[in-house]
Write a protein of this length. Sequence first.
Length: 121
Amino acid sequence: MTTTLSTLAQQQGGLLGNPMIMIILMIVMFYFVLIRPQKKQRKEQEARIAALKKGDKVVTIGGMHGMVHQVSEKTVTIKISEGVLVPFNKVAVAEVSKASKSEKHPTEKAPEEAPEEAPES
């Protein structure tokens, strides 16, 4: 009776019943779910930092928002407001958004929109 139970357990386990196969399968899943996307993100971030230029809007890892004023080999000077220039290491830049030419200068006023009329009931 015990021999039939042990042979039944071995037959039901199949290929995925082997613990070594399960460990290898989990490692492969971790690679595709966690490690690979993180490497891709890191490469994209490094490319954005390498392409920094004057006028780009950035956010630092400390949450400081500003515009790139000057870029050197290891540092970037960020203009926080008029007359406030703060140097940071390039690795402290968390997000980069390119300055577009369509954006208006902050001193220019946007045209006022006409107020919407309420629909008649």
